[in-house]
Design a protein around this ligand. Structure first.
Ligand SMILES: Cc1cc2nc3c(=O)[nH]c(=O)nc-3n(C[C@H](O)[C@H](O)[C@H](O)COP(=O)(O)OP(=O)(O)OC[C@H]3O[C@@H](n4cnc5c(N)ncnc54)[C@H](O)[C@@H]3O)c2cc1C
Length: 552
């Protein structure tokens, strides 16, 4: 729906030289970096469903839902009017509508419904696209997607849940899952005394039957996002150690389970999504996998949410970049459109390189999640950590530069820039904060030599075509042969991620993009802020790749 044009003729002046609002673009078709990477890694079939979501997510109506869901964040209702506990987060209708869009497009289950290649690529690209309308709803959607491999550890218990996730649609009201059209699943690991260090958890689990899988949980979780999910994967100690449980919101006897929502977090961003503190008061739960082996079950979920931190970051980068392109092409300063001012072209080009590198990397890593072989699994394990670390670290400054392209209006809440800026640090913090991820990479290198072999195989497949890349790879190779301490971890991860991005761009992106990326990021011919590319960079070609698809 396009609204009737606003009136530009005011009593004291005419409103001129302001760009049209960014709306009505197909977010997939107009994003050549994402489109090319998704089609290449996922196969031609992903084009139609991604284009369908791109059209819907870019419509004025859906973009407005994102805005509304943030302006009216969820509220906690702990009791009903008669004093009975309800423990519910109440959302604005816009949130529910966006959840409906997400599940109608199968962001939660396309990876598990797809036979053959492309399922995880389609999932990751879809998650990125809807993030361009609103990031908050993708938290429960991502957790629901990621819960599947963990639930599969115990199909005798979880089959009804798997059936309700795969093929399910959004069905918000609290009800036993047997009667629902679909379910969502959350994850509650972090406690007050330990988040990264889950071994410090104190929540206890006590068996309810001898030799059975039913337990009761007593304890708390300091962070539990999407507390309106139908069930949660959680960690608690039994006598045999830290174990993984599925806690339903409705207990097996049909009553509300003993999960109390203590309060909602007052967060910097991600405001449409409820994140809560909860307590388990004899909450009934099923043990998944072996007692004492809980981390190895829930890590399958975390591995997949880490892919989504990359995909989500892509969306958090792309919307501000597209808004910036829209702004600079629609505004004139000093007798030229901003997009024709050389200093601004240089900024847009530099941002575009950063985004394209993020897109090729995310889609390549998503494809590795589909591989059945040992090499694919090892590559996915390492590459998702490299990508999560690097993309999420680059994101806040990227979004800030996009904001600055707008001048003053970019700082104003009527544009989505402040919202995306507030969102931009989050993917770095959850699912393993920066140091934890960097140390995880070191551990993988030490414990799984196959992961490093898979990494070098990927670099070798593409890496010999550019002298600067070859030299950079040789230096990195030499460094990896030396003993590495924890304080080396961040620098190492940066370089491994950059090299991977570079080889993928050299292989797949237009030469203007890959040359400028390699010269600046690997060759050191770059300043300290965006907009400092070397003089030989083909800025016109890079900027055209951004502007033309949005103009069409
Ligand atoms: C909006 C939001 C929603 C969330 N939702 C959920 C949820 O639904 N479920 C859930 O379980 N959790 C959730 N979390 C929690 C999140 O996953 C944790 O906050 C995160 O894992 C870090 O744990 P922590 O807060 O305990 O920090 P800590 O573990 O105390 O870490 C603090 C800092 O120390 C660093 N650090 C840790 N270990 C080392 C080390 N060995 N060496 C050097 N540095 C180290 C970390 O990288 C981090 O920067 C959410 C968090 C946020 C912000």
């Amino acid at each position: 729906m396009t609204r009737f044009a606003p009136n530009s003729q005011l009593e004291t002046h005419e409103v001129t030289n302001q760009p049209p609002p960014f709306a009505g673009h197909n977010l997939f078709d107009s994003d050549l970096a994402l489109r090319d990477a998704a089609l290449r890694e996922g196969g031609a079939w992903v084009g139609a469903p991604l284009s369908a979501l791109g059209a819907e997510a870019g419509s004025e109506a859906v973009l407005e839902l994102g805005d509304l869901a943030n302006r009216h964040p969820p509220e906690l209702v702990t009791f009903d009017r008669y004093g009975r506990r309800v423990d519910e987060a109440r959302f604005h209708p816009a949130y529910h509508q966006l959840m409906g869009v997400a599940m109608d497009h199968g962001i939660h289950d396309i990876a598990w419904r797809t036979e053959g290649p492309g399922g995880h690529v389609a999932h990751a690209a879809k998650l990125a696209l809807l993030t361009e309308a609103e990031a908050g709803v993708l938290c429960p959607i991502s957790m629901t997607y990621a819960a599947v491999p963990a639930l599969r550890h115990q199909p005798d218990v979880t089959q009804p849940w798997l059936d309700a996730v795969i093929g399910g649609t959004y069905d918000a009201p609290l009800a036993p899952i047997a009667g629902k059209r679909g379910v969502t699943i959350g994850m509650a690991m972090t406690e007050k005394q330990g988040g990264s260090d889950v071994r410090a958890n104190t929540t206890r689990a006590f068996p309810l039957e001898t030799g059975g899988r039913l337990y009761r949980l007593v304890g708390h979780k300091w962070f539990c996002s999407a507390p309106m999910s139908d069930g949660f994967l959680t960690l608690a100690y039994t006598d045999k150690g830290l174990s993984c449980f599925l806690v339903p919101r409705i207990a097996p006897d049909g009553t509300r389970n003993g999960i109390q929502v203590m309060r909602l977090k007052d967060k910097l961003g991600n405001r449409s999504n409820a994140s809560s503190e909860i307590e388990y008061h004899d909450a009934v739960a099923w043990l998944l996998g072996e007692e004492g082996k809980g981390v190895s079950v829930i890590i399958d979920m975390v591995h997949h949410t880490r892919l989504d931190t990359m995909a989500g970051t892509l969306g958090i980068m792309r919307r501000p970049l597209a808004e910036a392109v829209n702004h600079v092409t629609g505004r004139r300063v000093f007798q030229k459109t901003l997009a024709d001012q050389p200093a601004m072209r240089s900024v847009i080009a530099d941002l575009a390189l950063e985004y394209e590198a993020a897109a090729v990397m995310t889609m390549r890593v998503a494809r590795a999640f589909e591989g059945q072989g040992e090499g694919d699994r090892a590559f996915a394990r390492l590459a998702v950590a490299l990508g999560k670390y690097w993309l999420t670290k680059r994101c806040p400054n990227f979004v800030y530069e996009c904001m600055e392209c707008h001048g003053g209006v970019g700082y104003v809440e009527e544009t989505p820039l402040p919202r995306y800026f507030r969102e931009s640090p989050l993917n770095a913090i959850w699912e393993g904060s920066g140091n934890v991820i960097a140390l995880d990479v070191l551990r993988t290198l030490h414990r799984e030599p196959g992961a490093l072999e898979a990494y070098w195989a990927e670099i070798g497949r593409h890496g010999g075509k550019h002298g600067t890349v070859v030299e950079f790879a040789a230096r990195l190779h030499e460094r990896l042969g030396r003993p590495l301490g924890e304080s080396d971890a961040r620098r190492l991860v940066e370089d491994m991620a950059l090299l991977l991005q570079a080889v993928l761009l050299v292989e797949h992106a237009p030469e203007a993009v890959s040359d400028a990326f390699v010269d600046s990021r690997l060759g050191g011919r770059w300043g300290r802020c965006f907009g400092t590319l070397p003089a030989e960079a083909d800025i016109d070609a890079i900027v055209r790749r951004q502007i033309e698809p949005l103009a069409g």
